[in-house]
Design a protein around this ligand. Structure first.
Ligand SMILES: Nc1ncnc2c1ncn2[C@@H]1O[C@H](COP(=O)(O)OP(=O)(O)OP(=O)(O)O)[C@@H](O)[C@H]1O
Ligand SMILES: [Mg+2]
Length: 390
């Protein structure tokens, strides 16, 4: 696989602040790669280092296999879309877009050819003579994209490019961005603090916190298999159910019985667990992690949780029972409905269980959620294959 970008152990300090702390990642050719994290975690700093606008204190950046130290921004095969767009307000659309090509002294007929092609890519045909202040937010956004794409960078750096748009436009621009990326085949490095944006757009997501990458992987993998509670919480909602129980290691095998409330929730021990040994791999990383935590002195009940997404929690008026040919029912708890919130396509139901505490479930509205009025009793459960230990 060809890597367009290789970032190796970069660190950047501002006085006492470690903006970027020993970060490494690689981006493959044509990939849509996102840096996702809360404000101040170092996303823009990484983008600026790759673009050549600031220098790292330590580590190196390679683009196309070449070490970029001492190579200025205009000599790198990158182009950047800034958060505030940085368009020239006194120029029209066309002049904004071709600015970079003119600076590179490209022949006028060639510039026209490229302009026409990029206008169609970003859907701005017919608007080339408009002034920037006569455009909508989304159109300005497309001008900024066109201006960066027209110089045909190998890598496009995008710093929260949709942040200034209203919600509806932001969502529709997402699809356009993805389309444009596919059409041009350009590698995108995208920065956002919006988890749903990162999940819908990206092939690969690097979740950041306090200057470091805490988890890196395919978007759906990270969503379904968060490695720690920061990632789990930052990428979408979830239920953290405190675990109690025992564990021991024997002959290199982990034996663990963790309980949420009265019911056995997770266990690797054959005999009275719900996971057959062959199925247990799903939980292996969770178990390893949980055991490491316990060995490092973290107490169950305080810092160890079973984590389950609201859409994986099933709710029923009646007890779930074992049906032939279906997976067995485990993790079943009696609960009382605390609240029910209609959210358009989904309904969010918050329930209280004596055994495991407060649990949020998200139901599709084709399920008869009307049955779950406040104070009514219900049963909740989830599949043995869902959730993880954090
Ligand atoms: N020029 C600077 N001088 C001093 N500190 C800086 C400078 N630039 C960034 N920082 C600090 O470095 C850290 C990382 O900043 P950075 O701009 O990379 O964050 P970010 O993840 O892009 O945040 P946001 O989502 O708010 O844009 C922050 O604590 C910030 O205050
Ligand atoms: Mg930033």
């Amino acid at each position: 696989m060809k890597y367009i970008v290789e970032v190796e152990n970069i660190t950047k300090k501002y006085g006492n602040v470690i903006a970027v702390n020993n970060v490494s990642f690689k981006i493959a050719e044509g990939e849509f790669f996102s840096l996702l994290g809360p404000s101040g975690c170092g996303k823009t700093t990484i983008l600026r280092i790759i673009g050549g606008f600031i220098d790292q204190d330590d580590g190196l950046v390679r683009i196309d296999g070449i070490n970029m130290s001492k190579i200025p921004p205009n000599k790198r095969k990158t182009s950047m879309v800034f958060q505030n767009l940085a368009l020239f307000p006194h120029m029209n659309v066309e002049d904004n877009i071709v600015y970079g090509l003119k600076k590179r002294k490209m022949q006028p007929f060639k510039i026209r050819e490229k302009l026409n092609s990029i206008l169609s890519v970003v859907n701005l045909e017919g608007l080339q003579k408009r002034r920037i202040d006569q455009l909508s937010g989304g159109q300005q956004q497309r001008v900024a994209l066109a201006r960066s794409l027209i110089i045909e960078p190998e890598l496009l750096l995008l710093d929260e490019p949709l942040a200034s748009l209203d919600k509806k436009l932001r969502v529709s621009m997402r699809f356009e961005l993805k389309e444009i990326q596919k059409r041009t085949g350009t590698t995108f490095l995208y920065v956002t603090h919006d988890q749903s944006e990162a999940l819908t757009l990206s092939d690969t997501v690097a979740v950041m916190n306090e200057g470091s990458i805490v988890q890196l992987g395919k978007a759906d993998w990270i969503y379904n298999n968060p490695e720690d509670s920061f990632v789990a919480d930052f990428i979408g909602a979830g239920n953290f159910i405190p675990l109690t129980g025992n564990y021991k290691r024997m002959d290199g095998l982990i034996e663990m019985q963790a309980k949420a409330g009265g019911n056995i929730c997770i266990s690797r021990k054959s005999g009275h667990n719900y996971l057959k040994e062959a199925d247990a791999t799903h939980y292996d990383t969770g178990f390893e992690r949980a055991c490491r935590k316990l060995e490092n002195g973290i107490k169950m009940k305080k810092d160890l949780y079973f984590f389950i997404r609201p859409e994986k929690v099933r709710v029923s008026q009646n007890q779930f029972c074992l049906m032939p040919d279906t997976e067995p029912v485990f993790n079943q708890y009696r609960a009382t409905v605390l609240s029910r919130i209609f959210e358009g396509p989904d309904t969010r139901i918050v329930l209280q269980s004596d055994e495991i505490g407060k649990v949020t479930a998200e139901l599709k509205n084709d399920i008869s959620y009307e049955n779950f009025s406040e104070k009514s009793s219900a049963f909740i459960c989830w599949s043995a294959y869902e959730g993880t230990v954090l």
